[in-house]
Design a protein around this ligand. Structure first.
Ligand code: ADP
Ligand code: NI
Length: 216
């Protein structure tokens, strides 16, 4: 298979596997991350095939929709990529990207590093920010039947990985517990620039939200 055919087969596999997924973690999230990753990759010295496969497969089986099991995603991706007869090194690298991309409260040290992971992680983080990030966040809160905002429940800044995963706090808290922290976690300079614009938009949204909450 040439590169275009590999990407095409991967897209088909991802679309099929994610049909019916929650709206913030569906094919269109993957599509945006793939596009953004390719854009960031233009200014980075990376293996583009690994970046594209990593972006396309990064949410193939998100642990929070699979009873917390973090091994399913890398395993499914590994099985799929083996069926395409890709080299072991490429398969291993893509699996490492899937394993290490997640935020999980931002307090866990990364177990693996590569410029390709840097690019895909930035692209995934950018999709959690800005107008799209806001839309995804409220979609997720609605999916979990959470309150939009509750002034009596303040954000918790000291959650470890387990507390972060099991939190059922109002959706607005997620801005303080994750979304507003992302701009300082970017890996690449292109990603950092894009993150600043999206960060500023979220701050504007929050200002307006509280203004309206107070009846103004
Ligand atoms: P990560 O795996 O990097 O921790 P997630 O997949 O948990 O990232 O988050 C992706 C997006 O899903 C978030 O940016 C947000 O839009 C939504 N989301 C995840 N957890 C929550 C939450 N507790 N409240 C609201 N939205 C959430
Ligand atoms: Ni993602």
């Amino acid at each position: 298979m040439n590169k275009a055919e590999l990407i095409h087969s991967t897209i088909e596999y991802v679309r099929k596997t994610l049909s019916g997924a929650e709206g913030g973690h569906d094919w269109w999230h993957v599509f945006r991350v793939w596009n953004t990753a390719r854009k960031i990759a233009e200014t980075e010295d990376v293996d583009l095939l690994v970046v594209e496969l990593g972006a396309l497969l990064h949410d193939i089986a998100d642990s929070k929709f699979h009873g917390g099991d973090e091994s399913i995603g890398p395993r499914m991706a590994g099985e799929f990529l083996s069926s395409l007869n890709l080299p072991e090194g490429t398969i291993f690298h893509v699996q490492q990207i899937i394993k290490n991309i997640s935020f999980k409260g931002g307090k866990e040290a990364r177990q693996f590093s590569s410029p390709e992971l840097d690019v895909v992680q930035d692209a995934d983080r950018l999709d959690a920010m800005g107008a799209i990030g806001i839309a995804r966040t409220f979609n997720f809160g609605g999916h979990k039947n959470r309150e939009i905002y509750n002034p009596e429940i303040p954000p918790d800044f000291n959650m470890d990985k387990e507390a972060y995963k099991s939190s059922a706090a109002p959706t607005l808290n997620h801005f303080y517990e994750k979304l507003l922290l992302l701009k300082d976690l970017m890996n690449t300079s292109t990603g950092r620039k894009m993150a600043q614009t999206r960060h500023d938009f979220m701050l504007k949204f929050l200002d307006e939200f509280y203004r309206e909450w107070e009846g103004n």
